[in-house]
Design a protein around this ligand. Structure first.
Ligand SMILES: N[C@@H](CCC(=O)N[C@@H](CS)C(=O)NCC(=O)O)C(=O)O
Length: 205
């Protein structure tokens, strides 16, 4: 089945979707979107105008990054990314929600403080670091957030932690637990992550 993914290379939401699609080996036609000039076709399919958008051959449109991950993981062979039990999946989804709401909020206000009136980058940085400390706690117990293997929580969160770390990588490495630095580096250097970030490769359409 040929699906089309409207994506933006550096968008953390698009990255998490590409990770799931690549992991299950679902071939998609990739449309790299210029966020300042979104394609008419994408806006027809999904007027809210955010990437990623996945358009399936049967006409289905998925316009939330987590829906795209879940569709890929449920449609193709199970990779164990959805956890050992429904309870584990619920815990991971709760962690993803904290990321998508609170962590993303503080990430944006740390990285782009000037865009938010009255935002103090250092205050938001400290609050983001508090949230990262809860991930570090898990990572001091096991190499991945929920055990010995990476699962949906690892791949859904990694693009956001990457973005936060890249604000000032030297400072990040000093300020967070080495277990979190190790987890980030393992994820970034994994063949899966490297593949979905390639320019001009399969993922560039
Ligand atoms: N809840 C959405 C959020 C997606 C999102 O906000 N993507 C950003 C890029 S990182 C976007 O497309 N923003 C619209 C714009 O910049 O015009 C999802 O999970 O897919």
């Amino acid at each position: 089945m040929m699906a089309t993914l409207y994506s933006f290379r550096r968008c953390p939401y698009a990255i998490r979707s590409r990770l799931a699609l690549a992991a299950v080996d679902c071939t998609v036609e990739l449309v790299e979107v210029d966020l300042k000039a979104k394609p008419d076709r994408m806006l027809e399919l999904s007027p809210k105008g955010t990437v990623p958008v996945l358009h399936l051959e049967d006409g289905t449109v998925l316009e939330e990054s987590l829906d795209i991950m879940m569709w890929a993981l449920r449609t193709y062979e199970p990779l164990g990314w959805l956890g050992e039990s429904a309870a584990e999946l619920d815990e991971m989804m709760a962690a993803i929600e904290v990321n998508d709401r609170a962590f993303k909020h503080h990430l944006d206000r740390t990285k782009y403080a000037v865009r938010y009136e009255g935002a103090d980058a250092e205050e938001h940085r400290a609050l983001a670091l508090e949230l990262l400390a809860t991930l570090s706690q898990r990572l001091t117990q096991s190499p991945y957030l929920w055990g010995q293997r990476p699962k949906i929580a690892d791949w859904a969160l990694l693009p956001f932690v990457r973005q936060f770390a890249n604000i000032d990588r030297g400072r990040f490495d000093q300020e967070v637990d080495p277990a979190l630095v190790g987890w980030l580096d393992r994820g970034l250097s994994s063949s899966l992550f490297v593949e979905v970030m390639k320019k001009g490769g399969r993922w560039a359409g």
